[in-house]
Design a protein around this ligand. Structure first.
Ligand code: ZN
Ligand code: ZN
Length: 730
């Protein structure tokens, strides 16, 4: 061992917030770059880690350093910019670097599969090339095969040999004689080229022209366009420009299953390979798609949040559609925001990033209004469709049955009679969320969560939407054994049921997680909708995302009032986004859309303002409120969450943590407090909120608390995690 040997700094997939030093394996090529995988000993195990750098010194004494076993990649599987993005993320989100890097790559790469497409070739060995072929006189088949292989330096794969009439038995015999060997070779990569664009004969509006022309070589653009204003067309034209220069585009969407129409438009427009990356893929499919992207074969890569880490051989542009959507933030483990990382990746790769939404998040709007992003507005629809109109149906002093008031029923009737379709939105699946005993007021609760069990018609069962816990429907009250239990509250199944009674003979479709579980069922329902005719569509937020329902003229929001009770400071922002997103689904084929919202608070000022003055003014006022109350984006927040099986331990741990001296008076601590839903999946949960106007000070504080936590005995008895820029505070 040479003391001057460079040490490898390797991120190993462990829950520890640090990297590890190793001695290089024997014969490590001098130009081995960070981003390559190594097999390394770790404890008694052998793991696959990623080289993140070299170092001359280590805190570990030289004699205790272990030697990496093997280099797995001839060239980095993660290019410099992506590695930098991962290291930045580990730092910013205070998450173990090994876990960050592991979650950035497909499962099969974590298990050691090659990063590039490989093919197994059969090649004549040196001995095979030099052998006197007359020695094979008595094996004419082998002689013929060898002759063929000697002439082709790169050999052939099995398929080609089979086509040439050479059996595997013949090859096996040649391998045994040492005349032929099998070799793994990197398959040649054919970069895409754009030959054809099916422009659909769409004329850009002058507004769209201006938007498109404003997009430059690097920076971030916030494209705020009302639904139907042609945002996707802007994406497509911008991507066309970069495809023509043979650069690749990455498109991030909240959920691919919900946006088949968008995906279709991309692949119909350009004759370049389009690959999809989402959770529905098998490990092998995911690896194949990743290889197509990283080798430069794919022109367009469309994926959900984790696709933000997908390497592109020639990155040209990143698009984040529906940038306000909460699902772009990971909700457990490594809690990153794919939108924020996309913006950063754009900076690292010096490429433009387009964020698009009809209802941008307040933080993005703030970035646009303060000049950090370029603001692009699409206020008009290309085709002359009137803007949808909004109406609040006052529920105060008005009877409703299963969610329907009389004026609402009349309204639905009118739209159905004119041959249109009606969309009804309710963000609660199942039949009824409460099973109640009128005798003793017992309700059926989940014993693992602080939540009620929802009754589902299918199978007559009670289901917990938080942990999946399932029970048969009880006949008697668990407390007083009375038999007349009542189902209270409404879910999408009950709405569906009620509609069938109210409008006999009218087709009712329900789209939620329960009705779309079977593969293909969503697509067949969408096809039925597109075929037209009077019909009622009932659904959860699945229908508020991305779909275009060209026959719908009335959208109904059954219940908006829970937003007014919420303690989450983001509740109003979400309410506004939801109303406009649901509203934007209607009125698209020459008929104006109408939106009806039922509420007990028809005079709620924020709601009224949204409807009268539109989203931008609504957002401006909410931002002012946030500024006045020192809430994000005018301060930065982070949560430390803890959970334990014992009722008090999580809270005790956080109390211990918060008792420590603060690093700066400029950090505010709130809590620890039990989470709003304290018990979930059998764990008691608590949280401690940090906020500061200085991001740097906040992060220094978090570093300090992590040190405390890592030395705490209580920490070993709880599960704890950090959530930076939390989307969900409760
Ligand atoms: Zn539960
Ligand atoms: Zn009872």
């Amino acid at each position: 061992m040479h003391s001057s040997e460079r040490l490898l700094e390797i991120a190993v997939p462990t829950p520890l917030r640090r990297s590890f030093h190793y001695l290089p394996p024997d014969e490590l090529p001098a130009d081995t770059k960070p981003g390559c995988r190594f097999r390394v000993p770790f404890g008694s195990k052998s793991l696959i880690g990623i080289l993140i750098g070299y170092t001359e010194e280590s805190n570990t004494p030289l004699e205790k350093l272990r030697r990496a076993e093997k280099l797995l990649d001839p060239k980095p599987i993660l290019p410099e910019a992506i590695l930098k993005l991962c290291l930045w993320s580990a730092d910013y989100y205070h998450h173990p670097v090994g876990d960050v890097l592991a979650s950035a790559i497909p499962v099969l790469l974590r298990k050691g599969k090659p990063g590039q497409q490989v093919s197994h070739r059969l090649i004549a060995t040196k001995k095979g090339k030099e052998t006197d072929q007359s020695s094979l006189q008595r094996a004419p088949l082998q002689k013929a095969a060898l002759t063929l292989l000697v002439r082709q330096m790169n050999g052939y794969d099995r398929k080609q040999l089979k086509a040439a009439g050479i059996s595997s038995a013949t090859i096996q015999a040649l391998i045994r004689k040492g005349l032929v060997r099998r070799q793994e070779m990197t398959a040649p990569v054919t970069a895409f080229s754009l030959n054809k664009v099916n422009s659909e004969n769409i004329m850009l509006t002058s507004e769209q022209e201006v938007a498109l022309n404003s997009i430059g070589d690097h920076g971030t653009w916030l494209i705020q366009g009302i639904t139907g204003s042609g945002k996707t067309e802007i994406y497509l034209r911008a991507i066309e420009k970069i495809l023509r220069k043979n650069f690749q585009a990455l498109v991030l969407v909240p959920e691919i299953g919900l946006t088949p129409q968008t995906v279709q438009r991309f692949s119909n427009r350009f004759d370049v390979p389009v690959v999809l990356l989402h959770s529905g893929l098998t490990d092998q499919e995911r690896l194949n798609a990743w290889r197509m992207a990283s080798s430069g074969q794919a022109g367009i890569v469309i994926g959900t949040r984790s696709a933000v880490f997908t390497p592109l051989a020639r990155p040209g542009m990143i698009v984040v559609d529906e940038e306000h959507d909460a699902s772009l933030k990971q909700h457990d483990g490594f809690r990153y925001s794919a939108r924020d990382l996309a913006v950063l990746r754009g900076q690292f790769e010096h490429i433009p990033v387009l964020l698009g939404s009809a209802t941008p998040s307040l933080e993005s709007l703030n970035n646009a209004w303060t000049g950090k992003y370029t603001s692009v507005q699409l206020r008009h629809r290309p085709v002359d469709i009137a803007k949808e109109s909004y109406q609040i149906i006052n529920l105060r002093n008005r009877e409703t049955r299963d969610g329907f008031s009389k004026p609402l029923i009349r309204l639905i009737e009118q739209h159905l009679q004119s041959g249109s379709q009606v969309l009804i939105f309710l963000n609660r699946r199942g039949f009824a969320p409460v099973l109640h005993c009128p005798e003793c007021h017992w309700t059926a609760n989940c014993h693992r969560c602080d939540a009620r069990m929802t009754f589902h018609l299918h199978g007559q069962r009670l289901l917990c939407h938080h942990c999946g816990n399932e029970n048969p429907m009880p006949q008697y009250c668990e407390q007083c054994h009375a038999g007349n239990l009542l189902l209270l509250g409404i879910g999408t199944q009950k709405i569906e049921d009620r509609l069938k009674i109210l409008f006999p003979g009218v087709r009712v479709l329900r789209i939620d997680r329960d009705s779309t579980r079977r593969k293909g069922s969503l697509n067949s329902m969408l096809a039925e909708l597109a075929s037209g005719g009077p019909l009622i569509l009932v659904g959860t937020q699945m229908i508020a995302k991305g779909h275009h329902f060209s026959e719908v003229t009335l959208s109904v929001i059954v219940d908006i009032d829970s937003s007014f009770y919420s303690t989450d400071f983001k509740a109003m922002e979400r309410m506004g986004q939801l109303i406009l997103q649901v509203g934007g689904r209607s009125g698209r084929s020459g008929k104006a859309g109408h939106v009806a919202i039922q509420s007990h608070f028809p005079d709620q000022p924020v709601l009224k303002q949204l409807i009268r003055e539109g989203y931008t003014q609504f957002a401006k006022n909410l931002l002012q409120e946030r500024r006045d109350n020192n809430l994000p984006p005018f301060c930065h927040q982070a949560l430390i969450r803890a959970e334990s099986k014992s009722r008090t331990r999580a809270l005790e741990f956080l109390e211990e943590l918060s008792a420590n001296e603060r690093s700066s008076p400029r950090v505010d601590l709130l809590g620890p407090v039990p989470s709003t839903m304290e018990k979930r999946e059998g764990f008691y949960r608590a949280q401690l909120l940090f906020s500061s106007t200085s991001r740097r000070i906040l992060h220094a504080e978090l570093d300090l608390r992590i040190k405390f936590a890592e030395n705490s005995k209580l920490a070993r008895k709880v599960r704890w995690s950090i959530d930076v820029d939390p989307v969900d505070l409760y």
